[in-house]
Design a protein around this ligand. Structure first.
Ligand code: PGA
Length: 251
């Protein structure tokens, strides 16, 4: 059985006060981490404060990091620092980073290795554009992303990893992939993992769906055979909505 994981991706939202208020609000209300993993991925400067105040059932993640330990890379964040302050997850290869900050399959792969080197769990994002979806090249395209991102990893790492399938055209647009569409692509991703590794690894790896997930559609998405959770932007900003999403994963 794969444990569901709901991760909020706050992107470039929330002041310190707003972030702490959110955490105080949900800490006592979150379901047990033995039933669902609840993660908040926030901007780097607030991560230490969130780790200090996270309740037993909340985990904290970063939204990006560099693939090297240290160096002359102005503005970048090192995994050493993330690990040092108690951050446990890191989003890698989000489509916004691929589109605006030149994130490539190769840098994504290096970052995944770097995260594992320091014991962080990568939430590795893949997803196609509308053009690719409309020309029916989705599975082909995603296969390349997955194969490149997972290069050099072992089965134990794959079992720890979280994959997030996020069709770009569904992010922040209010357009969700239908549950069937999301499940079909996630199945195809699991196939790629099966081809690269083995049956057991493919059945163990957790694959989230992301893209306009909200309380109104989460239950249907999570009822599908291969969807193991959600990576949620907009609907993770409000504490009541985040709690609804997490609770839906317990049922
Ligand atoms: P959204 O964002 O839920 O606002 O569509 C999802 C994401 O980018 O991770």
């Amino acid at each position: 059985m794969r444990k569901p994981i709901i991760a909020g991706n706050w992107k470039m939202f929330k002041t310190r006060d707003e972030a702490l208020q959110f955490v105080y609000n949900i800490n006592m209300k979150l379901p047990s981490k033995s039933l669902v993993e609840s993660v908040i991925c926030a901007q780097a400067p607030i991560l230490r404060d969130l780790v200090k105040r996270q309740g037993d059932n909340l985990r904290v993640g970063a939204q990006n990091m560099h693939y090297l330990d240290s160096g002359a890379y102005t503005g970048e964040v090192s995994v050493l620092l993330l690990e040092d302050i108690g951050v446990e997850y890191v989003v890698i290869g989000h489509s916004e980073r691929r589109a605006y900050y030149n994130e490539t399959d190769s840098s994504v792969n290096k970052k995944v290795h770097q995260a594992f080197r320091y014991g962080l769990t990568p939430i590795l994002c893949v997803g196609e554009s509308l053009e690719i979806r409309e020309t029916e090249k989705t599975n082909e395209f995603i296969k390349v992303q997955v194969v490149n991102a997972l290069k050099g990893l072992g089965t134990e790492q794959i079992k720890e990893l979280v994959l997030a399938y996020e069709p770009i055209w569904a992010i922040g647009t209010g357009k969700t992939a239908t549950a069937e569409m999301a499940n079909d692509t996630i199945k195809a991703i699991r196939e790629v993992v099966r081809d690269l590794f083995d049956e057991e690894t493919a059945e163990s790896v957790r694959i989230q769906y992301g893209g306009s997930v909200k309380p109104a559609n989460i239950e249907e998405l999570l009822s599908m055979s291969d969807i193991d959770g959600a990576l949620v932007g907009g609907a993770s900003l409000d504490p009541a909505s985040f709690l609804e999403l997490v609770n839906a994963a317990v049922k």
